[in-house]
Design a protein around this ligand. Structure first.
Ligand SMILES: [Ca+2]
Ligand SMILES: [Ca+2]
Ligand SMILES: [Ca+2]
Length: 219
């Protein structure tokens, strides 16, 4: 069989990438994962930058939506993303509307914003037995030309009252919210973790919510 020019170039690249991954993996599994994400070698698959908001998800919050911002590598355009193909952890589909193209992080790279139903994400996390801590969410999707993209983000999940995300509600949580009392985003003492009711203000309502949950442990 004749080897085409393209495979003559691609094959050594794949081998080199795999070797690099294997070497790095032995030294540090976590770093290797990141390197590996940057070295997508399946043809037609590209790495996207994704950012899920909020960064901290109260799993029992009444908030309706989670926003996800997707950026694609140079030479690809977020306009070409087929929103109906976008799913998180192969389970949760992105809402078809609203969507918005902008540059929310002001890095001059256009991003596509899509929404996820928050309840579905919370239920998914809880179904994995996770009540607090870091959760990795993977967004995959396709461009209209069939190119597949994938990107990951890590958010923090927590339960009501557990603002310091240690799995229990106690005086430490009250103390943390007290330190941020009477603040709002941009304030030097602002701490988004302590905003129980997500109204961008730390006040008596947040303290009361923590107090109502005092003594609870989440495992
Ligand atoms: Ca951007
Ligand atoms: Ca706590
Ligand atoms: Ca609040």
């Amino acid at each position: 069989m004749k080897i085409s020019k393209a495979s003559a170039i691609l094959l050594p690249t794949i081998l080199a990438s795999s070797l690099l991954w294997a070497i790095t993996y032995q030294s540090s599994p976590n770093e290797a994962k990141q390197v590996f994400v940057g070295l997508k070698i399946r043809s037609g698959e590209i790495s996207a930058t994704v950012d899920f908001k909020p960064d901290v998800l109260n799993l029992r919050s009444k908030g309706r939506w989670i926003s996800v911002y997707v950026e694609l590598p140079e030479d690809f355009n977020v306009v070409d993303i087929d929103v109906s193909s976008m799913t998180v952890n192969d389970t949760i589909s992105a809402e078809l509307s609203p969507t918005e193209i902008g540059d929310y992080d002001n890095d001059t790279i256009p991003d596509l914003m899509v929404k996820l139903e928050r309840l579905l994400v919370s239920q998914f996390i809880l179904s994995k037995g996770i009540m607090y801590g870091n959760v990795t969410l993977t967004m995959t999707g396709e461009l209209y030309d069939g190119t597949i993209f994938e990107g990951i983000d890590i958010i923090r999940a927590r339960m009501p009252g557990d603002v310091n995300v240690d799995g229990r509600v106690d005086g430490k949580d009250i103390a943390m919210a007290t330190r941020a009392f009477a603040t709002y985003p941009e304030h030097p003492r602002w701490n988004c973790l302590t905003d129980e009711n997500e109204d961008n203000r730390i006040d008596g309502k947040d303290i009361a919510s923590i107090a109502r949950n005092i003594g609870k442990t989440y495992t």
